[in-house]
Design a protein around this ligand. Structure first.
Ligand SMILES: [Zn+2]
Ligand SMILES: [Zn+2]
Length: 460
């Protein structure tokens, strides 16, 4: 059974900068242009100058290299659900749930019209107070833009979500996937905290437990779209955090059942990233391995060669050009990561290495990756999935690539304007430090540098 597909339309701003204006939308934008806009960015408002309202970064901010703080663009649903006509219960805050539907849940997917985190997720609300609370917590945080002093309501809701989740897991006989969504949203709330040392390890470990239980029932992956959704979310999360986990405390994942499950997923189109499940799995394993050799210096040359081959051979049929660019960026990010952490290995077989040495190949891949990402429009939903790639590959750009460095800076700022996650700005700070060191002849590996700073950034 597929997820219900819902039509979301972008809300048109007064200057008519809708992502894809149809004739009808154009007419309404024309008439709206005559009225005074309220959507200008904060920077322009403070300076009392006219804002052109380009989204997510206005032209003035882009030109001056400022962080643009636009008013949030909401989406409007055009379908009523039975849930909305239900009597509100005591724990439901309709305003926060609506903000979730219109804004926050949209940051989690590549296609707003195929979003299981919006209306379809509400189906699970009657069974799970924990889910209601974590959704409301995230909405409250985002509404206040994850300010350093998180608004009280966001913290309260998060606390309630944790208590409810514990109860639900103890008392319920429900399948593990029913709790995975809440666990992952808890981690998202945590990563918005500005705590550089805490990437939400306890939530990741809880998710791994749930995944191991879920994998024991492989038929679910064929029949239950929630199970596929959760497995994909977990793999994406693992890719972003496997290298943050101390290898000493790393838990075992049931790798045999995991491989079978990924095989069963095949090219299923996941709402967060499309049909690249297999690639995410490889990238998670590469990250884990690289952290291991960084800590212990104990290398496995055969394993490295296997990873390399998996990465340079990986192919998918992306459903559109932008996703194709994103996948190429992912693939090259993985190769750069592997080469950077491991160093020379005479078992490597990448045909690209015939023409240049490893160091110049890293450079070339870094430039390629950034160029791929720049081909994806800043207005696209794919913007939310680029910060890790920008940090890891941007760090390899030489001083002579100043143009590309500027593109990376601008994009990380645009990502912050869009999702207001502070980690985007922390990544930018890391990059500035790495570039400065590199220009002075001290080239360091971004992960090593970040860990030395005792930073553990969870980047999406
Ligand atoms: Zn502006
Ligand atoms: Zn601006």
């Amino acid at each position: 059974m597929p997820f219900a597909r819902l039509r979301f339309g972008p809300v048109i701003n007064s200057a008519g900068h809708a992502p894809s204006p149809s004739t009808l939308q154009h007419t309404s934008a024309e008439s709206a242009r005559k009225t005074k806009s309220k959507l200008g960015c904060q920077q322009c408002k403070t300076k009392r100058v006219k804002c052109d309202e380009s989204y997510p970064t206005c032209r003035r901010c882009a030109r001056l290299g400022l962080i643009c703080l636009p008013a949030p663009r909401l989406t409007q649903w055009q379908v009523e659900t039975p849930w909305f006509s239900l009597q509100p219960t005591a724990i439901i805050n309709r305003r926060l749930l609506q903000y979730w539907l219109e804004k926050v849940s949209q940051m989690l997917v590549i296609d707003p019209e195929d979003n299981p985190f919006s209306f379809p997720a509400l189906e699970y609300i009657p069974q799970s107070p924990a889910l209601v609370h974590i959704i409301q917590s995230l909405s409250a945080s985002h509404e206040k833009y994850f300010s350093a002093h998180s608004p009280i309501i966001a913290l309260e809701e998060r606390g309630k979500a944790l208590v409810s989740l514990r109860k639900e897991v103890e008392q319920n006989q429900r399948k593990p996937q029913a709790f995975l969504l809440t666990t992952m949203l808890l981690s998202l709330a945590q990563s918005a905290d500005c705590d550089m040392k805490d990437y939400g390890k306890q939530h990741l470990f809880a998710a791994r437990n749930l995944i191991n239980r879920m994998l024991q029932n492989a038929s679910d992956l064929v029949n239950d779209p929630l199970a596929r959704l959760c497995l994909g979310m977990y793999l994406y999360w693992d890719m972003c955090s496997a290298f943050l986990v101390d290898p000493e405390e790393d838990q075992i994942i049931d790798s045999l059942n995991m491989s079978i499950a990924i095989h069963k997923m095949g090219n299923w189109h996941h709402p967060m990233y499309g049909p690249c499940t297999g690639l995410l799995f490889i990238l998670g394993n590469v990250g884990r391995y690289c952290r291991q050799i960084l800590d212990s210096r104990h290398r496995n040359f055969t394993q490295e060669a296997i990873f390399e081959q998996q990465l340079y051979c990986w192919q998918a049929c992306p459903p559109n050009i932008s996703l194709g660019h994103l996948y190429e960026a992912f693939r090259k990010y993985g190769l750069i990561f592997l080469y950077r952490a491991s160093g020379q290995n005479n078992r490597f077989t990448n045909p690209d290495m015939m023409f240049q040495n490893q160091q110049s190949l890293i450079q070339k891949y870094a430039e390629d990756t950034v160029r791929h990402l720049m081909q994806i429009p800043a207005t696209s939903n794919y913007l939310n999935f680029q910060s890790l790639l920008l940090l890891a590959t941007g760090a390899e750009l030489a001083e002579s690539n100043n143009f590309l460095r500027d593109e990376v800076r601008e994009r990380l700022r645009a990502m912050y304007s869009l999702n207001r996650l502070p980690t985007n700005l922390h990544a930018l700070q890391l990059l500035e430090e790495l570039w400065c060191a590199r220009d002075n002849g001290n080239t360091s590996f971004w992960l090593q540098y970040m860990l030395q700073k005792d930073w553990y950034l969870l980047l999406g």
